[in-house]
Design a protein around this ligand. Structure first.
Ligand code: ADP
Ligand code: MG
Length: 236
């Protein structure tokens, strides 16, 4: 294992919002690494700091103290090769599905035509070709999440961060979105980190981390706290 395999590294990374008496420590000194091929679920109750940690890993926010680095990723002003699937609706209402999917590529300077081709390829991989001409308002929640995954896929990131991607979906649709995320990560040879408060989603990933009151635990959960259920008695 070389440091090139480490896509993101948090070293005592903390994030506080506000100041003085109103300060909220969303993430206390988190230390963790995500490597090529990892499939990690981050579980924890609402408000435990999952989204904030994901935003730190995506460089959408900077740590208040500590450090976040991306040793194995191409350097730019921000780390490129990181794709984020956001918690809520994230498609641009005025753009159709293929334009939404192509947008990151266009913003990165790709010619329109090749961006569109890659977007259509990505939509095909998430079984959303038929949605290409639709506007976001015409999509169901599950369809919109599949398009959000296609938008990430089109940009071919090496690190995919998905924030509660199934949070607003029913079980069956949610399972399909997780299928699509796992297949996408496999197709790209990317690492995948998924935050969720759904144990059934967490079980689909290889590794389970958890957060409580802003504190990250990267090892297996203690007995009784693990994201398992009685039907899985053979799980180690
Ligand atoms: P989770 O994703 O696990 O629900 P979050 O990372 O969203 O948790 O939030 C962790 C804590 O930080 C919560 O107490 C939340 O209210 C607070 N928080 C998150 N974002 C902000 C913000 N932009 N400003 C102030 N407080 C925030
Ligand atoms: Mg959240």
């Amino acid at each position: 294992m070389t440091s090139a395999d480490v896509l993101v590294r948090c070293q005592g990374a903390a994030r506080t919002y506000g100041a003085g008496a109103a300060a909220v420590v969303a993430v206390h000194g988190a230390t963790c690494e995500v490597r090529t091929g990892d499939r990690i679920a981050i579980t924890g109750p609402s408000g435990s700091g999952k989204s904030t940690l994901l935003h730190l890993m995506a460089a959408l926010e900077g740590p208040t103290t500590g450090r976040v680095s991306w040793p194995g990723l191409v350097r730019g002003p921000v780390p490129v090769q990181v794709g984020v699937v956001f918690q809520g609706p994230s498609l641009i209402p005025a753009l159709d599905v293929v334009e939404n999917t192509a947008l990151p590529l266009v913003l990165a300077g790709h010619p329109q035509e090749s961006a569109r081709r890659r977007a259509l390829d990505a939509l095909a991989l998430v079984a959303a070709t038929g949605l290409a001409d639709k506007l976001p308002e015409e999509l169901s929640g599950g369809q919109a999440q599949r398009v959000a995954v296609a938008r990430v896929l089109a940009a071919a990131p090496r690190l995919i961060l998905a924030d509660e991607p199934t949070g607003q979906l029913d079980r069956t649709t949610g399972r399909h979105v997780v299928d699509v995320l796992l297949a996408t990560a496999d197709a790209l040879g990317a690492a995948l980190v998924v935050t969720t408060h759904d144990p059934a989603v967490a079980r689909r990933l290889t590794e389970q981390w958890s957060m409580h009151d802003g504190r990250l635990r990267t090892g297996p959960n203690p007995p009784g706290d693990a994201p398992t259920d009685a039907s899985e008695g053979t799980r180690p």
